[in-house]
Every structure is written in structure tokens, then in C-alpha cells.
Design a protein around this ligand. Structure first.
Ligand code: NAP
Ligand code: MG
Length: 404
């Protein structure tokens, strides 16, 4: 069989634990036999990050900026417990995803993979709902504190030009709690561009919601910037027959539940944090959730939304065969290769991305799945749990049929 050719390298970011094991299986069984893989490889495994003082993460993110498309395996974000588990760590390295996100200034889009044999909890959701979460500011960069006596709090902004702006927050008669938060015009604008670009790229409507009736200036600013940025995309939206729609967050929640899906829901940082867990759980499983980071200038990083599946990895180390779900990681590869194909005008690479996804979905719909999904399958579906290895082998067989 002739292998699919590539021109520009795809940036490959390897990771940790069980997903690192799956990564190699996916490459060996589902990519390398079919594609003449042109990748620039970065090992973002924890020990490699430690050995390079995390320079490897920065290099990988810069390569993503240079080439435009990356696929990333899940990685460990070290915490205290990991420092004990890996005594050789010289520092509690920062989250690689955080580092990459700040270098790319990107927005994260999360979308579920739907299959016929698993129905969402919300019965009318027949198409995926993609959550676009703003990843900067608000309560995630807030300061807060507590006071114990009567008094007054003010917020003061001191401009570099010498000007000052002060407002009274509240006068209180007793103990109180306080919070100061902010966002930046540049970040909101990038968020808006990423959302409109993604809507165009995937031909889906874009919904955006805030609480601007209450936070008139703060959330009102988000709404205004989105309206402004939309003027740059309005024509293209019209041509594609897609819509931009703004509504209040509480109205959006009600509409989302009644909808049949098939759109992007852009959310402020906190709303996106909460709503993405709600939406992904209602769709079925974290292991079936894809994630793509999109920068405002159109760079893409594809990954699974789940972590390194530590519990399964320790079973694997004991020699047990695990039934870890590789679907979201396979879709990271298919999404990345398809995007590379689109950008480089390589029709065969685009077709390969589609075929890999079809082979995966066909396998699942045939009832061959990993353990986590069997319990979710509709009654009557002849679902059987197989190991990751056998599941990937079944996908390979199906992929060969599709390509032939
Ligand atoms: P996790 O790796 O997502 O796993 C949590 C649990 O969810 C697993 O124990 C498993 O449940 C289930 N699960 C998740 N993905 C699955 C899959 N593909 N197949 C089958 N079951 C799956 O989250 P975590 O245990 O909280 O985090 C582990 C490590 O991942 C941490 O070090 C964290 O820093 C890292 N992490 C990385 C990323 C990223 O790189 N994007 C994201 C999140 C977390 P059962 O054990 O019940 O089978
Ligand atoms: Mg969360």
C-alpha cells in the first residue's frame, strides 16, 4: 500500500503514563503503517521536562507557532504528591498546557465524540456541543481577602501617565469578604477571534453568553468586543449560512438543554470551567472528549481532554493488560493530520484523518469498545470490553478495509 505523503512537519508532543503507552500503540498501529509521518518530536514526559529545565515545553510551543499544527499527549502536572513519587524532580514544573496556552495565546475548544450506541443524558442532543472557554483572567487571576471590622473598601487604578481612578466597592458594618478581578482587552479580543475563526473552520453557529445585565461594564465589555470583532467575520458567516448569537448566560443554559446541539458555546472563564464538565458528563465520558487549542492567528494544538490515566498505568506496570480508552487521543491525531492536510492542500492526508475517525467510530458502533464505555452503551447494543491493544487492532483492521 502506498503511504500518504506529508510536506510540512506536524509537531508531536509526547507525554506521560498510560497515555504515553497508548501514544506509541496508536502511532505504531494506526499512523506509521499508513502515513509517511513527517513529525518534529518533542518529549514532554515529566523527566524530559525536568532534564531540560522545562525548556522542551517552550521549544515545543514555539515549534507549534512556527509550523501551525501540533498533536499533544496528556502530561503530568506535578504537585506535592508527584514530587514524592519522582524524587529526581528539581522543581515543581508548571502545567505544560498552561505554558503552551500562554505562548500561543489560545482558546481551548472541547467537543464530545458521539456514537450511536451511547446516548447523551439529554435525549435531544443529537449533535455535539463544543465549549469554547476563555482561558485568561476573572476569578482565576483574582485577589481576595477577608476583613473583620466595619469599614469601607475602594478599588484604585493608577495609570502610568499619573491619572487615577477610584471607586467605592462597599461600606460594611461588620466582617466581610472581598475580591478584585480583571480582564484584558487584548485577551478578550483574541478570544473573540479564536471563536469566530473556529466557527468558520467547523461551519457551526457561535453562541456567546455573559451576565451583562448585572455586570454592565465588565461583561458588557466582552459583549461589545465580540460585536466589534464579528464585523470582520459577518460576511463569511453569511456565505457559510452560520450565525453569531449573543444571549444572557441563564437564557443560554435553558436553550442549550432544549437544543439538538451542533454549535459552539463561547463562555467566560468560570462559565466555561463549569459548563464543560456539565456538557461532557451529559454526553457520556471524559475519555470521549477532544480538545483543541486555537490561537488568534490560526495555530492549532490537538489533544484529548482527559489526563494521563494514572490508575491504569500502575496496573500496566504490574504487567496487567488494561482497557484504557484511546479514542480521544486517536482523534487528536486524526484532527491534527487533517488540519495539516487542509493547510498544505494535501487531499489524501485530509482523507486519511477522516478514514481514521470513521474506522474508530465503526469499531465502536460494532460493539467493540473499552471497559469504560460498555457500561454506558444502550440496552440491546452487543457491547463487549476488550483491551486497549485489541481495540486498536480492531480499528486497524477496519481502517485497512476503508482505505482499500
Ligand atoms: P485522568 O487521567 O483524566 O483520569 C481520571 C479517571 O478518569 C481515570 O482514573 C479513569 O477512571 C477515567 N479516565 C480518564 N481517561 C480515561 C481513558 N482514556 N480511558 C478510561 N478511563 C479514563 O485524571 P487524573 O487522574 O485526575 O489525572 C492524572 C494525571 O493527568 C495528573 O498528573 C494530571 O496532572 C494529568 N492531567 C493532564 C491533562 C493534560 O495533559 N491535558 C489533563 C488532566 C490531567 P477509572 O480509574 O475509574 O477507570
Ligand atoms: Mg474544571
Amino acid at each position: 500500500m502506498l503511504k500518504v505523503k506529508m510536506t510540512t512537519p506536524i509537531v508531536e508532543m509526547d507525554g506521560d503514563e498510560m497515555t504515553r503507552i497508548l501514544w506509541k500503540m496508536i502511532k505504531d498501529e494506526l499512523i506509521l503503517p499508513f502515513v509517511e509521518l513527517n513529525s518534529e518530536y518533542y518529549d514532554l514526559g515529566l523527566l524530559s521536562r525536568n532534564d531540560t529545565k522545562d525548556q522542551i515545553t517552550v521549544d515545543a510551543a514555539n515549534a507549534n507557532r512556527k509550523y501551525g499544527v501540533a498533536v499533544k499527549c496528556a502530561t503530568i502536572t506535578p504537585n506535592k504528591q508527584r514530587m514524592e513519587e519522582y524524587p529526581q524532580l528539581t522543581e515543581m514544573w508548571k502545567s505544560p498546557n498552561g505554558t503552551i496556552r500562554s505562548i500561543l495565546d489560545g482558546t481551548v475548544f472541547r467537543a464530545p465524540i458521539l456514537i450511536d450506541s451511547i446516548k447523551p443524558v439529554v435525549r435531544n442532543w443529537t449533535k455535539p456541543i463544543t465549549i469554547a472557554r476563555h482561558a485568561y483572567g476573572d476569578i482565576y487571576r483574582a485577589v481576595d481577602f477577608k476583613t473583620d471590622e466595619p469599614g469601607v473598601a475602594t478599588i484604585t487604578f493608577k495609570g502610568e501617565s499619573g491619572g487615577e481612578h477610584s471607586v467605592t466597592v462597599q461600606k460594611v458594618e461588620g466582617p466581610a469578604i472581598w475580591q478584585g478581578l480583571h480582564n484584558k482587552e487584548s485577551s478578550i479580543r483574541s478570544f473573540a477571534h479564536a471563536c469566530f475563526k473556529y466557527a468558520v473552520g467547523t461551519r457551526q453557529d457561535l453562541w456567546f453568553s455573559t451576565k451583562d445585565t448585572i455586570a454592565k461594564v465588565y461583561d458588557g465589555y466582552f459583549k461589545t468586543i465580540f460585536e466589534e470583532v464579528f464585523t470582520e467575520y459577518e460576511e463569511e458567516f453569511g456565505r457559510l449560512g452560520i450565525e453569531y448569537f449573543y444571549t444572557l448566560i441563564d437564557d443560554a443554559v435553558a436553550r442549550v438543554i432544549r437544543s439538538d446541539g451542533g454549535y459552539i458555546w463561547a463562555c467566560k472563564n468560570y462559565d466555561g470551567d463549569v459548563m464543560s464538565d456539565m456538557v461532557s458528563t451529559a454526553f457520556g465520558s471524559l475519555a470521549m472528549m477532544t480538545s483543541v487549542l486555537v490561537s488568534p492567528d490560526g495555530k492549532y494544538e490537538y489533544e484529548a481532554a482527559h489526563g494521563t490515566v494514572t490508575r491504569h498505568y500502575y496496573k500496566y506496570l504490574k504487567g496487567e493488560e488494561t482497557s484504557t480508552n484511546p479514542v480521544a487521543t486517536i482523534f487528536a491525531w486524526s484532527g491534527g493530520l487533517r488540519k495539516r492536510g487542509e493547510l498544505d492542500g494535501l487531499g489524501d492526508l485530509v482523507k486519511f484523518g477522516d478514514a481514521l475517525e470513521k474506522a474508530t467510530l465503526d469499531t465502536l458502533n460494532g460493539g467493540v469498545m473499552t471497559k469504560d464505555l460498555v457500561g454506558l452503551a444502550e440496552p440491546g447494543v452487543p457491547a463487549r470490553a476488550v483491551s486497549s491493544k485489541d481495540f486498536i487492532a480492531a480499528i486497524r483492521t477496519r481502517l485497512q478495509e476503508i482505505i482499500a
